[in-house]
Design a protein around this ligand. Structure first.
Ligand SMILES: *Cc1c(COP(=O)(O)O)cnc(C)c1O
Length: 377
């Protein structure tokens, strides 16, 4: 039996909605499906504005533009994350101040934030790795004390929660991804920016629309539209929004299935904890969203052997990020601090297959293979 790491889930209505979009004769962005997705998501998340974007990366770039960062401004972010979390701010000339992961889990260690704040610090970018919440009380306390913006990288976090509140709604801005590897997809690539501060909405619409006030024009708020600010093109085509709408209609079922798979892994792999192999860190403030399930092996050699053993049995398990502070691009620019926990998760963390259609029998196979590797069964 071959078990891939990920498999995009299709409901079946995607193609029908795409056809509808094509027949409507309006294919560019901000059409019926885009609006439908945005309104539905605003309601679900309880936020004043959601803007669909072409990717999670673009949502982060739009966020960085909105903050008006100047060259030399400093941004606090984890080292153990995807490059997009960093590139969005590097494009604005910001200096990245990498925060180490914590001993408990890959999320950044909020206890370090305060010590890294300087007069140039402008923003904190928590990444909700695996859809599990960072300690947002701690993040917000530091942000409030030093008047810093909080931009959540919630790319993996749709449906996850912090003290019962949806992730991506706790900072000024929240960036989500609808890439095919995430819980729901906009047909391969897509994303959204959640705007929680109403005073940022009008400018966000302008920056997303090539620096024009076209959105206001279509609402009849201005007589003609003009170039009024910097900007770029961040809006997705209607066929992507149509695809996404089909997935959002089934969101609850998708999430339930994925959360059930996650919960089974968590329960059935508990025996590993006694050996010192770590399971996901789930503090009581976080609600898992079934995005990603990881284990932290005791060494790089052990992880390599585990991945090889699973591969032998047709199961694809994979490691995750290489730390950004020691990456070829940023190492020469990094301030030299050692970030041992980020290195640790880079060496020892492994992700098990988790996708909506993963069957219970397949999952049992994976669990047995892992437990056998550790000689527990
Ligand atoms: C997926 C992801 C992104 C980027 O999203 P794209 O839609 O692929 O551009 C950014 N940050 C994190 C943490 C991600 O997992």
């Amino acid at each position: 039996m071959l078990i891939p790491f990920n498999k995009p889930y299709f409901i079946g209505t995607e193609t029908r909605y795409i056809e509808e979009a094509v027949r409507s004769g309006k294919l560019s962005g901000d059409g019926i499906f885009t609006r439908r997705c945005e309104e539905w998501l605003q309601h679900q998340l309880g936020v004043p504005r959601v803007l669909l974007t072409t990717s999670g990366t673009d949502a982060l770039e739009l966020a960085a533009l909105l903050l008006d960062l100047q060259p030399g401004d400093e941004v606090l972010l984890p080292s153990f994350t995807f490059s997009s979390t960093a590139t969005a701010f590097v494009l604005r000339g910001a200096k990245l101040i990498f925060v180490d992961s914590s001993a408990d889990g890959p999320a950044f260690d909020t206890a370090q934030l305060e010590t890294l704040v300087t007069p140039r610090t402008r923003a904190i970018v928590p990444v909700h790795y695996a859809g599990l919440a960072c300690d947002m009380d701690a993040v917000r306390a530091v942000a409030e004390r030093h008047h810093l913006a909080v931009v959540e990288d919630a790319a993996q976090a749709l449906g996850g929660g912090f003290r019962g509140r949806p992730l991506g709604t706790l900072g000024a801005l929240g960036a989500f991804s609808f890439h095919e590897t995430k819980n729901v997809t906009a047909g391969g690539e897509g994303g959204m920016l959640v705007i929680n501060e109403p005073q940022l909405i009008a400018r966000a619409e302008i920056l997303r629309e090539k620096g024009t006030n076209r959105a206001a024009f279509f609402r009849g708020e201005v007589a003609k539209y003009s170039w009024v600010d910097v900007g770029s093109s961040f809006l997705p085509a209607e066929i992507n929004a149509a695809f996404l709408w089909a997935q959002l209609e089934e969101l609850e079922i998708i999430q339930q299935r994925r959360q059930a798979i996650w919960a089974r892994y968590f329960a059935e792999l508990q025996p590993l904890a006694q050996l010192g192999v770590r399971l996901p860190f789930v503090p009581d403030y976080t609600t898992q969203n079934g995005h990603l399930f990881y284990l932290v092996c005791r060494s790089l050699a052990e992880r390599t052997a585990l991945i090889a053993e699973l591969k032998q049995q047709g199961i694809t398990a994979i490691f995750h990020y290489q730390p950004l502070h020691s990456s070829p691009y940023y190492a020469p620019r990094h301030d030299g601090r050692l970030l041992p926990w980020a290195e640790h998760y880079a060496d020892c963390l492994v992700r098990l297959p988790l996708y909506t259609e993963l069957e219970e029998s397949q999952q049992q196979c994976i669990v047995r293979a892992v437990l056998r590797f550790y000689q527990i069964v």
